[in-house]
Structure formats: C-alpha cells, structure tokens
Ligand binder design. Sequence first.
Ligand SMILES: [Zn+2]
Ligand SMILES: [Zn+2]
Length: 240
Amino acid sequence: MALSSPASTRAIQWRQPRRLTAIAHALLNGRCQFCAIPTASWAICRGCHEDLPWISAACQRCGLPLASGAALCAGCLGAPPAFDRSLALWSYTSGIDTRIRRFKLAGDLATGRLLTAIAAAQLRARQWRCPAPMIAMPLHPRRLRQRGFNQAQLIARWLGGPSIDTIVARPQYTQSQRQLDAATRRANLRNAFMLKRQPPKAVTLIDDVMTTGASLNALAQCLRAGGTEHIEVIVLARAI
Ligand SMILES: [Zn+2]
Ligand SMILES: [Zn+2]
C-alpha cells in the first residue's frame, strides 16, 4: 500500500492568533511580555519576536538544528525514527526553556498560551501543512493528577484543530526521563503506550519539547503497529 502523503489528507488548520493575543494583550496592559515595552496589538514586540531562538535549518526527519543545510542528521541517516517529518520551532534555550518550564511545571497557562499563539502564527505564515488529526503526547494518569493538565494537549488545542485524545493511553508509569541517557530512555519506554482504538492513517504528534525524541518515537511505533502510515511531529522546542 502506498504511503499516504500530507497532500492527500486533511490538513490541520492553525489557529488565527488574533483572539488569543488580544486577550493576553489586555491582561498585560498593552506591553510586550518579553521586554515590557508598550506594543500596539501583539503581546510580543517585533524585536523580541526576532530574538526568539528560531530554528532555521534542521533535520527534516527529527527537527535537530543543523548548520550544514543537509536534509537529514547523522542519527536519522543511520537509524531513522518511526515518524516521517518533524518541525521544532525553537531551540530549547534563550528564555524559551524557562518559559516552557513555567508553563509546564508552575502551571502558568498564560505563558503556554502565548508561546503557542506565536507558534501557530508562524505555522500559518510558513503555510506548514500537517495531516489532521493531532495527537498530543499522553501523560500517565498519575502525572496528570500531579500536574492538573497535560501541556501537550493544551498546546494541540491552542494550535488549532482537530485533535483526538482518545486513541493512545499511557498505562505504564515511566520515571522522569530528563536525567537518563538515550538507551535507558528507550528501555523505559518499551510498552509505555497502548492503543485504545484504531488510529487514523495519518496523524501529527504534538509535544512541548523534543529531547532525544525517544518518547515521540515510542508513541509513533505504537501508532504504526496499529496501522498509521504517515506520522509528523510538531514541538515548540528542540533540545540540542
Ligand atoms: Zn519585546
Ligand atoms: Zn534527524
């Protein structure tokens, strides 16, 4: 069977940021949330927008920033992940890292919403086409109870739509992956995900940060085992 291509499937509609940013802007008294200078209509001024750590050249498969302009990184040439294409908007540095942590770990939803609105505006501007629906990286129920929300699910909702949260479960509790090397992460993630029903032929996975890509790869493998043929990834930031 031929691979379904993004061109032949329904595409995600990235949200118009106007309404979100109007709300944020009113809350912030008309100032740039990054440098606090007064701005006309957008919660980030042009200078701060340009100063965000945008990734301009990256591996098409895994989103890793590349200086060479090559299409694929060495890792993806050797052992490609189970997803077909990735886009990471920012490097996980330069204030993006602290803002994402504030959103995810301190529950600052306004910050998460603003970052996602900036991301959605960028995806619209680039006319970035991804297959619908989105599937947010699931959280284990225990982690969800601790945090009170799934940041990836919120990002998917704020990016636009459609998104589906009922296809994959994460029944196995995996300890925080942050301190672990790649091999241990992979071992931890074996059988971390479980399909609850037949997944679509093409999907876009959403997460806040891609580090080694091990979790997204495990999720993609789970979906492929259920019959998904084309898998793309969008993350706000990529750790380097
Ligand atoms: Zn600014
Ligand atoms: Zn790569």
